[in-house]
Design a binder for this molecule. Structure first.
Ligand code: CA2
Length: 164
């Protein structure tokens, strides 16, 4: 059953939040860059935003690129949107790029910090070309904004609105 069919059948559309390497360290190290909230705090915030938007949130964090790629494969046909903070893999993972390119739903790239204001190597995201859009630089608020943007795009796409 496709994500759109599941929606029509009455189940809440699913948004999959993917968290890449080192994001489990949030809150414990480098608070001047990433804040003091833990990944669990951010996931809880995303979960509340999803519930408000009528979505069901699922979350996976992994240190391993292959796990994230496999999760994107598994999401095909069952997940309406992916919100992805791939950590440093955002700047290097063509495997994740290709997996997301083959995903049939909405993709929102997410960063706590603003990579454009940091080291030059962080200024290129290899995921941005296959994302519908990017939320960056808003700290934990970004988790809400990214889920809300994904929900709006899912709704528009299911209604067949232009630009969706
Ligand atoms: O700003 C973001 O959300 C990033 O995706 C975070 C990544 C970084 O590589 C990206 O350029 C931007 C880093 C993930 C978290 O790494 C930590 C390392 C030490 C302590 C806490 C977090």
């Amino acid at each position: 059953m496709s994500a759109a069919e599941k929606d029509r059948a009455g189940g809440a559309p699913v948004v999959l939040l993917l968290s890449g390497p080192n994001l489990g360290l949030l809150g414990a190290r480098q608070p001047e860059i990433y804040g003091t909230a833990t990944l669990a705090d951010h996931v809880a915030r995303a979960d509340r935003a999803a519930a408000r938007s009528g979505l069901e949130l699922k979350h996976l964090q992994s240190e391993h690129e292959a796990d994230l790629v496999a999760a994107v494969h598994d999401a095909r046909g069952t997940v309406a949107a992916i919100v992805v903070n791939a950590g440093a893999l955002s700047h290097s993972s063509w495997a994740l790029h290709d997996a997301l390119a083959a995903f049939d739903g909405i993709v929102v790239e997410l960063h706590l910090s603003n990579p454009d204001a940091r080291e030059p190597w962080r200024r290129r995201s290899v995921l941005a070309p296959v994302a519908d859009g990017t939320v960056a630089g808003f700290g934990g608020l970004g988790y809400e904004l990214a889920v809300e943007a994904a929900a709006r795009l899912v709704t528009d796409r299911n209604r067949g609105l232009p630009g969706a």
